[in-house]
Design a binder for this molecule. Structure first.
Ligand code: 13P
Length: 291
């Protein structure tokens, strides 16, 4: 299938009590692992690339690669730029064929966050690209975005309606107690805050910082109306762990018999299995052909 927008892929999620998994990829192999999981589960998937991963893979190569992978399968796939703070880069991604971008102006004051987000939404509209923005701020590290715990701030529900209305965004990332990266202590999610927010807006909501969130918390968020769940750091560990498990054996082979694919094939498979488990928890298994 052709790449679909975030707006399309999230349509019906809240009413039907499931969330679409948005998974960060670093290279072609983990991207393919994520798509393999979507195919296996017949689930829609969002492939997310950070600004760093985009630099690593190259902008045009990233689009060509994910577009090609999506066209080879029968599930909806959305290509999303994650946590972008560079507005020129966001615009370039929109022009070149991304079907979704996240403008992260969450560190800026409320009024500036609205103005900047609105500017990107208006730009994206011309190209049929969706836009996600964030209110509040998650702690932790997501690639190049680092927020000290002391600066992390939960989303104020009262800020939500005007933000959604004035910006015209397609999805809103909310801070309700998760953080990016692995947790030092089990996260404590603020479900009351989430409930207030869901009552104040119909805009699809996004949970960031999926790594390390207990299964029961994911399920509760989804039941309460979360539409997109971002999940990244653990995928890197799964990938590296799978490569490490076979690396010494491969390295010990005669040079003529060594093959990088012997390292990457198991890594791809391990990512697919791990992502598949999350897809089941988010409730999006079997939701590929909802229309
Ligand atoms: P984790 O890396 O904590 O899973 O968070 C991913 C994320 O929120 C990407 O935006």
């Amino acid at each position: 299938m052709s790449l679909v927008t975030l707006k399309e892929i999230l349509a019906g999620t809240r009413e039907n009590h499931y969330a679409v998994g948005a998974f960060n990829f670093s290279c072609p192999e983990d991207a393919e692992g994520i798509i393999m999981a979507g195919v296996e589960k017949q689930a829609p998937v969002i492939l997310m690339v950070s600004m760093n991963a985009l630099k690593y893979n190259g902008l045009k190569a990233t689009i060509g690669m994910i577009k090609g992978m999506a066209e080879a399968v029968d599930i909806p796939v959305c290509l999303h730029l994650d946590h972008a703070t560079d507005y020129d880069l966001i615009k370039e991604c929109i022009r070149e064929g991304f079907t979704s971008v996240m403008i992260d102006a969450s560190k800026k004051p409320y009024e500036e966050n609205i103005a900047d987000t609105k500017m990107i939404v208006e730009y994206a509209k011309e190209y049929g690209c969706s836009v996600e923005a964030e209110l509040g701020m998650l702690g932790g590290r997501e690639e190049n975005v680092v927020v000290e715990d002391s600066s992390a701030a939960m989303t104020n529900p009262e800020d939500v309606p005007r933000f959604v209305e004035e910006t015209g965004i397609d999805a809103l990332a909310v801070a309700i107690g998760t953080a990016h990266g692995f947790y030092k202590a089990e996260p404590k999610l603020d479900f009351e805050r989430l409930e207030k927010i869901t009552k104040l807006t119909d805009c699809p909501l996004v949970l960031h910082g999926g790594t390390g969130v207990p299964e029961a918390d994911f399920r509760r968020c989804v039941q309460m109306g979360m539409s997109k769940i971002n999940y990244g750091t653990a995928i890197k560990s799964v990938f590296v762990g799978a490569v490490a498990a076979v690396a010494a054996e491969e390295a010990a082979k005669e040079p003529g018999k060594q093959d990088p694919r012997n390292l990457l094939r198991p890594a791809k498979k391990a990512v697919a299995e791990h992502v598949g488990e999350k897809i089941d928890i988010y409730g999006s298994t079997g939701k590929a052909n909802k229309n």
